[in-house]
Design a protein around this ligand. Structure first.
Ligand code: CO8
Length: 256
């Protein structure tokens, strides 16, 4: 697989790099397929506790590949079943951190929003510019962006196609953390390292409950939280975490 490179920069952390510099990392079918394959495999790998997803200095990804779409018909597009690949990424149970430099436009911005934590460079560029090429966001942009920044900012971005900087994305709630461009990857890896040291069952429950709870009623979401909270008391890591605190030592988590 060369369109998406897999590295393990440190123990328990996987780094996925989109690698189509000649096309500003535009998401063609192969990139999407490889991303989904990696996510599916890493999602089931007990040795991996956090995934960082990035592009290069110029582009995280400048959108879906327009050459792949320009002449396609609606039925052919439907039969491509791209949503299954996006769903695989969305359903990855491991924490995913997007490290964003350069363009995160269109499908690139939508891919970023599949992550759980977003680290943006100050000068990164976020946009949903699909309207400018005659279409609309089609991989979650109308929904995840609205949930992230609210209706009025999301409408403004999707209807004008205007780009915002990483700094603005941070102010709007579209980035968890904004750092100087040169520090994006190291900041994302630092977060991954911190998360990788946490008890993985607790991390998995936090992710599952937060994502499922977003789309449920508050009562249902609070019930999900309560059940997951209770469930964690069946884990050895809960006993170890609390015992280590009381014994004033570092916990040794096993993931069970
Ligand atoms: N698709 C295909 N090729 C692209 C894309 C793209 N999205 N973006 C850049 N490229 C290519 C360019 O065609 C160019 O190739 P070549 O050298 O062969 O001419 C190369 O990358 C370098 O790009 P530029 O010369 O244009 O670089 P600039 O620095 O001048 O500009 C920009 C960078 C501003 C990012 C510019 O390339 C641009 O506007 N790109 C298109 C951005 C865009 O419209 N993105 C949205 C696409 S639609 C979409 O994402 C729908 C998602 C819905 C989900 C669908 C699931 C299938």
């Amino acid at each position: 697989m060369t369109e998406v490179l897999l590295e393990t920069p440190m123990e328990s952390v996987a780094l996925l790099r989109i690698n189509r510099p000649e096309a500003k990392n535009a998401l063609n079918a192969e990139v999407r397929r490889q991303l989904a394959e990696h996510m599916a495999r890493l999602g089931g790998d007990t040795g991996i506790r956090a995934i960082v997803m990035t592009g290069n200095e110029e582009a995280f990804a400048a959108g879906a590949d327009i050459k792949d779409m320009a002449e396609v018909g609606a039925i052919e597009l439907m039969l491509r079943n791209n949503h299954l690949l996006w769903r695989t990424i969305a359903q990855c149970p491991k924490p995913v951190i997007a490290a964003v430099n350069g363009y995160a436009w269109g499908g690139g911005c939508e891919l970023v929003m599949h992550a759980d934590i977003i680290v943006a460079g100050e000068n990164a560029s976020f946009s949903q510019p699909e309207v400018k090429v005659g279409i609309m966001p089609g991989a979650g942009g109308t929904q995840r962006l609205t949930r992230a920044v609210g209706k009025y900012k999301a409408m403004l971005l999707a209807m004008t196609g205007q780009a915002i900087t990483g700094t603005e994305a941070g102010q709007m709630g579209l980035a968890s953390k904004v750092v100087p461009d040169a520090e994006v990857l190291s900041a994302a890896l630092d977060i991954a390292k911190t998360i990788a040291r946490m008890p993985p069952l607790a991390i998995a429950q936090i992710k599952e409950v937060m994502l499922a709870g977003q789309d449920a009623s508050l009562e249902t979401a609070l019930m999900l939280e309560r059940k997951a909270f209770q469930l964690l008391f069946a884990s050895r890591d809960q006993k170890e975490g609390m015992k280590a605190f009381l014994e004033k030592r570092k916990p040794a988590y096993e993931g069970i």
